[in-house]
Design a protein around this ligand. Sequence first.
Ligand SMILES: [Fe+2]
Length: 712
Amino acid sequence: MSKRPAIALFAVCLLSAYAAAQSVKAAPAVGNAGGAARAVIGPYVNRVDSSSARIVWISERGTPPVRVFVDGGGQHLEVRSIPSEIASRSELLQTAKLDGLKPLTRYEYYIGSEEVPPRGTFLTAPAGQAPFRFAVYGDTRSYPDRHQVVTEAIAKENPAFVVCSGDLVADGDAWDQWKAQFFDPARSYLERATLWPVRGNHDGNGTLFASLFGLPETRLYYSFNFGNAHFVILDSQLEDKGHAMLRWLKRDLAERHAEWNFVFYHIPTFNVGGHTSDWGRDDYLPVFESAGVDFTLTGHSHLYERFLPIGPAGKKPVIHIVSAGGGAPPYEVRPSPILAGGIGRSELHYCVFEINGNRCDLAAKRPDGSVMDSLSLVKEGGVYQADVMAAAFETEKAKRLEFMFVRPTADLDAIPSPGQKVQVSVRADRFPENCTVTVRQAKEETNWEVEPQKVAAEENAFSFAARAPADFKLGGKGFEPPLRVALTVEDHGRAYSAEDVTIYFSQDSARKAVPIPSAVDIPYMPRRVTVDGDLSEWAGVKPLPLPFDKKETSSFRIGWREDGLYCAVSVKDATVKADPDAPWGSDTDGVDLFIEKDFARSRGMGENASEYVFSPAPESGPGPGHASVVYGRNRSKDSGVACAWRRSKEGYSLEFFVPAAALEPAKMQAGTMLGMNFILNDDKVAVERFFCDKKPENRRSPMRWGAVRLAK
Ligand SMILES: [Fe+2]
């Protein structure tokens, strides 16, 4: 503005009005030559390189092309916006394409008229090497006020561009959310910084995402260059059956010649807290490692995790960072030996990178600008400085140790009485081979007494003594109170410590503590039952007794034949509710059937358990209805599952069949026991349950299912 005094004066007069227009909640006005058009969203700048840029905003329907004026580096440009349709919306996407720009130049742009202050500025990419700064953050969805706290801090850093690592909004198919949750709060930095977005799992089917960011709908991955750095954006939501994105990535990384290489995507490859995801480990990670990628930056788990460098032995490793502190609710962090600092951070934050030649500085900052984590890399001869290289983990070792301190499982040599000392044998397949482990009592008051002990891990286990507390008992999740210890693990001169690790007891140990439930006999059906919802074939079959009091249920009948299990359910419920999303709907009437096939008295849905949800489908009339398998180890074996329903005088009946193949390894012969949990749901309430015990405290036991025996 300073080069045009007349406009500058005018601008000063308008300053207060301009500031008000920039406030986040108000839709800032965009004057056009005719004066009436308003920006519904934006403006924002994306797809900037060293000679071109795109200024974009969303206008109301019917807005004609608008004049855009651009000043910078002694150039004065004037272009007209091109309005384009947005899928199934009446609003228009206005795009001003700029070409012939100068590298490393800050441009200011005016929309509609030069007689107003500039709507924003942007910086073009350097043609060659020049120091620059950019910011990264993610998971900005759902809480615009929290998002804005972060964007205001990012704006103060004055980055050339910002990468948002996905989940910009809660539902990317919901148009209104883009303005409220993302673009309005992000105005703080969008006035000066280019935006490069990543698609997250919340960002919808891609239609609106593609429109807003000028991408082809079927290809939301891309790359760009800035100075001596190359940036790749992947789409971890893509169902990439033909590996098109992977092939593109290999080509893209082979063609680039940059000192620094960053890859951004939403679902992390390494992640200890929150979702514990491992996206792309088998196919993308080897490409990152062989192509010399420096950083992966992801989101999805709402926390901050910087992993120690990970890579093939002797080669330059990759630094993996999860940064999802843009506003979405923070997630629980967990300790890990492969995390810098030993554990992540669950705070609002953003990352700032400064690139200067062969040096890269990272600072992860809280919204008040205080530094939460930092790292400086200097690259020479294709590797980082010695201390960084020395801290690196070989990839396979990192995979093994990642969850070392998360829920280690132990076996007990005996079930202790309260106050009794027992030997706790911890399974160490996630610990370094042949390490030594110092076990101490955790600082937390646990009631378990643990003397400091240094023990050796052999054959993937280490063992230590602990005294059970006076109030020790079997509770809903296992043994209570939990055993918490401090661990220091030594391995070839490296030591890893965690101050508070909860040891979980194995199912084998829990089983020793829980008596075998008395099984209920279910009859052999004299002939095959037709699964049609008509229960007349069940006339002679007694209702199922409950395991704890042998009283018959009012609703369930089960029988067996060599070909599988047959079930009949009669329900007194005149208003049948079915959710179109069944079985995922929470409001669906019907039954949940859990079958544990090998009768190992599982603590829950183990490998040999299946869950079926059967619900009537009122809209499709009587007869065959839903038969939905939501869990099964081998779904192909579940393919013969059949279900039908019918209205009855007092409500409805359900009839279903689970074939013998779906019940393997159990044999369909007299004497076989199956674990079973059978729940009838009506209006979100479990109105009848087949459990091992009627006492609520025992139902909460880890072995809470009942059992049936196939009788002759
Ligand atoms: Fe996500």
